[in-house]
Design a protein around this ligand. Structure first.
Ligand code: HEM
Length: 308
């Protein structure tokens, strides 16, 4: 790109849109932590030697549920992606982070689009209103940025963090014992089924129900997800997180995720989840968004831990 984005610019663009919310994550600030367990099925061992998918592996999980965007008071009942970040403590002193969302695609294809999209949508300081002509010009020049919103309109957000699917969005590279490398994508399907909010649910549930709902839900029993890997096939694009692969791709059920209880309010404050914190046997793809995420998260983490 002619004007390559830096991690600082991406975090500045978030602050320009949502304000500088001292001490909070510059994206997904509204959220809370929970604990649970990951149990591997063993079926993923053909794809990778990673400890995450070895037969019989059980790993403690620290998770954080959140709302996308940068508004700490974002309403739970409007069209938006939900987020799930997790750290798995694996055998052999390894760990794996997942940082996933409830849509199968991301909102932008490149770090430059991430920056320029936020700048285009920033409200005019004089009027407090966004410049619709500027937004339309940006969208016309960057048609990929409409895909995530279109998917969410067709698949409204869930009525619980436990009834949402979550998606890795990027391809990762999986290496097996024979040394074969295959790209694949992660997905998490709620064991109780996907449930979107109806218009009546949005009214009844209001703007702040998700955290209390999950706590009440967990008091009745664990919230569980079936975890899948979908290997890429010939012709699948590996570097564009705004493009989903065809729905009929065969997938392998590799684990079960069980969330058991809400954690202490400050359990994740001093933590930064990173989508490229991976065990041996899994590597990041060349997806330019995946490559840029951890530097941007580190910039946000350093600002929020430094009192900004
Ligand atoms: C270049 C693209 C992206 C940028 C610049 C970006 C930026 C950020 C930042 C600054 C944070 C706060 C980090 C912290 O302070 O710890 C964050 C958190 C998060 N992001 Fe992204 N992000 C990007 C792409 C994505 C994608 C593709 C996904 C999902 C597929 C995603 C899901 C999340 C989630 C779930 C969190 C919350 C993490 C937590 O609970 O600690 N982001 N992002």
């Amino acid at each position: 790109p002619s004007n390559p984005a830096t991690p600082e610019q991406l975090v500045d663009a978030l602050e320009g849109m949502f304000g500088r919310n001292a001490g909070l994550r510059r994206a997904h600030p509204k959220g809370f932590c929970a604990e649970g367990e990951w149990v591997s099925t063993g079926a993923g061992a053909a794809l990778t030697t990673a400890a995450t998918l070895a037969p019989g592996v059980r790993a403690p999980v620290l998770a954080r549920f959140s709302l996308a965007g940068g508004n700490p008071r974002a309403p739970d009942n409007v069209d938006n992606a939900r987020g799930l970040a997790m750290r798995l403590d694996l055998p052999g002193n390894e760990s794996q982070d997942f940082v996933v969302i409830s849509a199968p695609v991301f909102g932008v294809r490149t770090p430059e689009q991430f920056r320029d999209n936020l700048i285009a949508r920033r409200p005019d300081p004089a009027t407090g209103q966004p410049d619709q002509a500027r937004i339309q010009a940006f969208v016309a020049a960057n048609p990929e940025v409409t895909r995530q919103a279109a998917w969410i309109r067709a698949n409204p957000p869930s009525d619980s963090y436990a009834s949402a699917p979550y998606f890795g969005v990027h391809s990762f590279l999986f290496t097996n014992a024979a040394g074969q490398v295959r790209p694949a994508r992660w997905s998490f399907e709620p064991a109780e089924g996907r449930r979107s909010m109806t218009p009546e649910d949005r009214q009844r549930l209001g703007a702040n129900f998700l955290e209390a709902e999950l706590a009440a839900r967990l008091a009745r029993g664990p919230a569980e997800w079936r975890v899948f890997l979908t290997p890429a096939q010939e012709g699948d694009v590996l570097t564009d997180a705004t493009l989903a692969w065809p729905e009929d791709r065969p997938r392998v059920e590799v684990a079960r995720l069980s969330i058991r209880r809400v954690a202490a309010a400050d359990a994740c404050t001093g933590l930064m989840f990173s989508p490229v914190s991976l065990p041996r046997g899994i590597d990041p793809s060349e997806d330019p968004i995946l490559q840029m995420r951890t530097p941007a998260y580190a910039e946000s983490f350093s600002r929020r831990s430094g009192g900004q």
